[in-house]
Design a binder for this molecule. Sequence first.
Ligand SMILES: NC(=O)c1ccc[n+]([C@@H]2O[C@H](COP(=O)([O-])OP(=O)(O)OC[C@H]3O[C@@H](n4cnc5c(N)ncnc54)[C@H](OP(=O)(O)O)[C@@H]3O)[C@@H](O)[C@H]2O)c1
Length: 278
Amino acid sequence: MSAPRLTTPRLTMPALGLGTWPMKGRDCEAAVGSALGLGYRHIDTAEMYGNEEAVGAGIAASGVAREDIFLTTKIWHDKPEGAAFRAAFAASLERLKQPYVDLLLVHWPSPALNLPSVLTALAEIHAAGLARAVGVSNFPSALLRQALALDIAPIACLQVEQHVMLGQQTLLDITQPAGIVMTSYTPLGKGEVLEHPVLRGIAARHGATPAQVALAWLLAKPLVAAVPKAQSAARQAENLAAARLALSAEDLAALAALPKNRRFVNPDFAPAWDLPLA
Ligand SMILES: NC(=O)c1ccc[n+]([C@@H]2O[C@H](COP(=O)([O-])OP(=O)(O)OC[C@H]3O[C@@H](n4cnc5c(N)ncnc54)[C@H](OP(=O)(O)O)[C@@H]3O)[C@@H](O)[C@H]2O)c1
């Protein structure tokens, strides 16, 4: 089976992809291969993950046509200027052994970020066809608004942490009207939100699993994609099947009522986040 697609004027992508951090080497290559074999057509990697070679090898060995795969990579925050960003992206393409990626993201903002310079690099890379779409990750609302107001690069996607305990409504209020896809990372809350009795109850009623409920809640939102990481084929298949789970209005309301203030990814270099809406 394959995941439903999200289509905007700036991109078309499968709503469910495979996250690849922190897999490396043979494990990563095998996970990418098994996911593609199961029907995944969206793979999420990054320069910082140290697995772009393995991801590229997994794609090459899969036999799936490259144009059928949506491949995302990201450039780390230690390249806050356009020249360093462009050079790092060229190295990413080499490691991936790819002539282009489908989506290129600024991985994190840093205090040193020269926003116009990096957005100009994104725009040039996009215009050259080396990234079919471009965007940003871990941008809080003020910085995202600034990037959109500069109107230098055609921002098509924002990747942020999002799950049943972190709703990101402040950012959705920007991305959805602007036709920007929000890709949820850590969509299973690293597996830690799956024990919650509300998720377990909904899963039991549908004959589904808590992971499928967590993913279906995200995919029910307009213009939201998710990239759960799973090493095993069994969990990959379980997660992909979440796209078929239709939650009721009552289920969605129960999930919406859960606290939305739990953040699992908060490194010391993170920006000042938006406060969760009550
Ligand atoms: N842009 C960014 O800054 C950023 C930051 C973090 C992550 N990401 C991306 O988002 C991806 C996913 O995020 P994440 O890895 O932090 O967290 P996640 O996807 O929420 O959780 C991954 C954990 O959940 C487990 N799991 C997977 N499927 C499951 C299932 N069906 N039932 C129970 N447990 C399951 C995995 O186990 P296994 O060990 O069995 O695989 C792993 O321990 C990353 O791989 C990366 O591609 C991006």
